[in-house]
Ligand binder design. Structure first.
Ligand code: SAM
Length: 437
């Protein structure tokens, strides 16, 4: 689908603003930490001495250091954002599948190089994915509230061309969430959360294809919409299935591209994801412990693995034509769709479920895990938002043509600081649904 010039410019502005947010992380975070230092110096000398003896002042300095380490990592992530730099607006319109700029044909046999977000991207989703300014889902918000700035990353194209963009608190929240998401997907510390979220999905997938010999799994196509930093999709490719993740957040796409295509050793990077809030820390370690990423070598997919991440909006890429014509080539292309903390990102869940149903092959399976934290509830941009109960979502799925089985509730956190005194637990709904009509 061709994009209008206005959409392309909006997208370019949004991407530039995200890059600026990465670049401005250090001054922004240091400034927030410096406020603590200033507050400290307003205290009576006796209080300062007491607090210093507890190590409070040293802790503020240690957080400065951790912010610098985070900033170095984030600057490396954006050092070569060639993921989106390829081609002019129309350059690839006729090429349904396209490799990232860093790739040439000789990379074909190297699974590590095939795994980039833009590695197999449809052209329109590669260089001008349209994120609507909602890169980070409220699940990923540190504050865990439902309010969000609905402007496209707070940016205004005409103004940003004249002067440098000033990232908003909302932008920085997305960036800090990206650091926590790296823990969830690519660290040993995130394993407990992954075991709760990704393992049941993988087990149900294996169960559904239990008749298929492992060496034939590559003939079965699995789609993971809202793939975040790509670990579930990567794990599924590691199991031998042909797997494609889809994601529209530039924060996620930049970070996953860097992890998958630019990271050549286990524990290559150190980040400090928890240094941004001094609340609910039982001790210094909860705040200042380093997290090593990745816990696996991203290029260690089996020889010939079929893995890709496609940038762009799920409905725009996989939704096909509006008239839901069953002759559409997108119909029946996928053997499995895996949604993890994703379906509540829908403005209209009816559309999401229709698309999932339509792109599945007959007998195909949709495996879901997640809560119903409706992302668009209470939005201030006049976007529609349909907010169903769990019972209603399941009833809708049945009406659309799914048979639901394997239903259960899984209690899980999402990008939780395991050492925090505060922890949100979702009673997430899990099910396996097969396409019956
Ligand atoms: C709550 S996160 C879950 C990420 C991942 N599945 C996980 O479990 O860690 C939801 C993800 O869906 C992405 N997302 C939301 N709406 C989307 C859309 N319409 N198309 C593609 N991705 C979308 C967001 O950017 C976000 O990364």
């Amino acid at each position: 689908m061709p994009f209008t010039q206005e959409q392309i410019e909006e997208e370019q502005t949004h991407f530039a603003n995200v890059i600026t947010t990465f670049q401005q992380y250090a001054p922004y975070a240091l400034n927030a930490n410096n406020k603590r230092r200033k507050d400290f110096h307003t205290l009576p000398i006796a209080d300062r001495e007491l607090l210093t003896s507890l190590g409070y002042k040293d802790r503020i300095s240690a957080v400065d250091h951790a912010i610098f380490v985070n900033a170095e990592f984030l600057n490396r992530v954006i050092a070569s954002p060639d993921i989106f730099s390829g081609g002019g607006p129309d350059e690839d319109e006729d090429d349904p599948e396209m490799k990232g700029n860093d790739q040439d044909d000789s990379d074909d046999d190297d699974p590590g190089h095939e795994s980039g977000p833009a590695g197999r991207g449809k052209s329109h989703s590669h260089s001008h994915s349209h994120s609507h300014g909602h890169g980070a889902h409220p699940h990923a918000h540190g504050s865990h509230d439902h309010t969000h700035d609905e402007s496209p990353s707070g940016g205004d194209g005409s103004q940003t061309q004249q002067r440098k963009y000033r990232p908003t608190e909302h932008d920085m929240d997305k960036l800090r969430s990206t650091l926590k998401q790296l823990v969830r997907d690519w660290s040993m510390e995130g394993k407990a959360e992954r075991d709760l979220c990704y393992e049941p999905i993988k087990e149900a997938l294996i169960q559904h294809f239990s008749d298929i010999p492992q060496e034939e799994r590559r003939n079965f196509r699995v789609l993971v919409p809202g793939a975040g930093l790509g670990r579930l999709a990567w794990d599924v490719a590691k199991l031998g299935f042909a797997c494609q993740g889809n994601e529209f957040s530039h924060y996620m796409l930049l970070a996953s591209f860097y992890m998958l295509n630019r990271t050549d050793a286990i524990h290559k990077h150190t980040i400090y994801p928890y240094v941004h809030s001094f609340s609910n820390n039982p001790n210094t370690d909860a705040l200042l412990r380093p997290i090593l990423i990745p816990d696996v070598l991203p290029s260690s997919l089996p020889e010939g693995a079929d893995f890709s991440l496609v940038a762009g909006d799920f409905e725009e890429i996989y939704g096909g034509s509006d008239n839901l014509d069953e002759g559409d080539p997108s119909v029946g292309q996928w053997d499995a769709v895996l949604t993890c903390f994703f379906i509540d990102t829908a403005k209209n869940i009816v559309d999401y479920l229709r698309v999932i149903h339509r792109i599945l092959a007959p007998g195909g399976v949709w495996i879901n895990l997640g809560p119903l934290l409706w992302h668009w509830e209470g939005n201030t941009t006049n976007d529609p938002s349909v907010e169903l109960t769990l019972d209603e979502v399941k009833a809708l799925a049945r009406k659309i043509g799914f048979k639901i089985s394997n239903e259960r509730t899984i209690d899980t956190t999402y990008t939780n600081n395991a050492q925090s005194m505060l922890g949100y637990v979702y009673h997430a709904a899990f099910w396996t649904a097969t396409k019956v009509v």
